[in-house]
Design a protein around this ligand. Structure first.
Ligand code: TNX
Length: 498
């Protein structure tokens, strides 16, 4: 049994199983060639031998086909002679192959069976914060591979924050020239060139994932101010900011100096200055042209020192700017309180599983305005929360530590009253990087809880195996596969790892 658990799986225990042998091959047709090559490589990694790709089937082969069906769906059927995967589209076939990789990693003998599978939600995201610490193209493409193996289809890149600006733009080269050198703790900064970004987008596409770039504002913009001091306000030192500086160090934010601490909510662009929107217009226009996916994320979180009417003005302007570029804006849920957002703006909810402080009401506003939500409840889906109290990685502010069981124990339709499956575009698991420095840190922090987010995003709520007891066993069975793929996961004691 696999993760995420499929919609339906019928095993015929009386019939002879399929056996993958030394002569088994992958059978392909022109329209499945790319997936066949991916399958050959993924299976070679998982089982330790290369597999031929051929066009004419023989007994013992794996047959890949596409026959038009629902988006991202597939069926996988096994009998004594053939293992056949039929994708409803190319993405569906790819997901069927990911299921097969898990099945074959567990055993070369696969019971006679039929799996019929399709996702619950259209948007299944992971987020990487490349602003607090920078992660290079290899780390990002590695994370794409890991996420795609769990049937995620969106990579949200948090490209700007107080600590750094991470994307080079032809229209404003000064942004990376003056604002990309820093990171939390005085660690090395960095940025993606446009070519780097194109490589990430292309790699994501080869794994049936879109890239969702985020330029955050009006807060989280201290780094922007290093390149454009004329466009930002002076830092606002609230008691919360002082408290975080006290607890984590890094010093108070200083105008014109890189910020290397963990505090949030002290920075803002000049909201009533037209020049701000001149710059942002250029930035979003260029990003839109570089991004084939339909979404641009405008941020909007934690503008703690910003007057509500200024905040509303800002998120209204930038969502409309993005919509005018032909993209669908996404904003963190705070923006829902502002009535004039571009129609269709998607809200991303980061409140708790049991909402506090009216965050559910702000999120509901998006739905009331006819748009949908992405759910990222921080006390369950934030992969940067500590997994256990002794970990040197991770934060605790969202009811942390967050156990694997906590990360699994929620349902998207039960979070916000009045918001059901039809109002939910999908689920996203963010990985903020205040405490994460290397690709190995990303693995240790994301695994195994990323698998819980994957199952919540993909599997139907009423699948018989959609239970903690079953998930625990199934995720434990992935340990060997993850190790073979070089994933150094945190072996949480809640799980019996194989
Ligand atoms: C909150 S919730 C943030 C980020 C931090 C994160 C750390 C939200 C949209 N923003 O600025 O990195 O907590 O967990």
């Amino acid at each position: 049994m696999t993760v995420p658990v499929p919609r339906s799986q019928t095993i015929d225990a009386a019939a002879a199983p399929f056996t993958f042998t030394a002569t088994s091959r992958i059978v392909t047709a022109p329209e499945t060639a790319a997936t066949a090559e991916f399958a050959a490589r993924a299976l070679a990694d998982a089982i330790g031998r290369t597999i031929a790709i051929v066009e004419d089937p023989a007994d013992g082969d794996i047959v890949l086909e596409i026959a038009e069906g629902p988006a991202e769906s597939y069926t996988l059927s096994a009998d004594a002679t053939t293992l056949r995967i039929v994708g409803g589209d190319a993405a569906g076939l790819f997901y069927g192959v990911q299921t097969l990789v898990q099945l074959l990693a567990a055993s070369r003998t696969i019971a006679a069976q039929t799996i019929a599978d399709a996702p619950r939600f259209a948007y299944r995201g992971v987020m990487l914060d490349v602003a607090r610490h920078f992660f290079d193209v290899a780390a990002v493409t590695g994370y794409i591979d890991r996420a795609a193996a769990l049937k995620f289809n969106a990579l949200h890149l948090h490209l700007s924050d107080d600590q750094g600006w991470r994307i080079a733009l032809d229209s404003h080269p000064e942004l990376v020239e003056k604002a990309s050198d820093s990171a939390i703790g005085g660690d090395a900064g960095g940025f993606f060139t446009k070519d780097d970004y194109a490589r990430i987008v292309a790699h994501a596409a080869s794994r049936h994932m879109i890239v969702v770039p985020e330029i955050d504002g009006p807060g989280h913009t201290h780094a922007l101010g290093l390149a454009h001091p004329e466009l930002v306000e002076a830092p606002v030192i609230t008691p919360e900011v002082a408290e975080v500086v006290e607890a984590f160090g890094g010093g108070m934010p200083q105008p014109g100096a890189p910020y290397t601490g963990l505090a949030v909510g002290f920075s803002s662009v000049k909201i009533r200055d037209e020049a701000t929107y001149g710059l942002l217009g250029d930035v979003y226009r260029e990003l839109a042209a570089m991004t084939p996916g339909p979404y641009l994320h405008v941020g909007g979180d934690e503008a703690l020192g910003t007057d509500p009417s200024d905040y509303a003005h800002y998120v209204t302007r930038v969502t409309r700017m993005v919509a005018d570029l032909g993209k669908t804006p996404i904003a963190w849920h705070e923006a829902g309180a502002s009535a004039e957002l571009a129609p269709g703006t998607i809200g991303q909810y980061w409140g708790f599983v049991t909402p506090t402080d009216g965050m559910d009401e702000k999120a509901r506003t998006f739905v009331r305005n006819g748009a949908r939500l992405i759910l990222s409840p921080a006390d369950a889906a934030y992969l940067d929360m500590k997994l256990d109290a002794d970990s040197t990685l991770g934060l605790t502010w969202a009811n942390g530590p967050t156990s694997v069981q906590d990360s699994y124990g929620w349902d998207p339709a039960d979070i916000i009253d009045g918001v059901g499956d039809d109002d939910i575009l999908g689920v996203e698991a963010p990985l903020w990087a205040e405490t994460l420095r290397t690709a190995a840190d990303l693995d240790a922090q994301a695994f195994p809880r990323i698998a819980a987010a994957a199952e919540i995003a993909w599997s139907p709520a009423d699948a018989p195996e959609r239970t903690w007891g079953s998930f625990r066993t199934r995720v434990g069975a992935l340990g060997a596969l993850w190790r073979s793929q070089g994933i150094v996961f945190t072996a949480a004691p809640e799980i019996d790892w194989v």
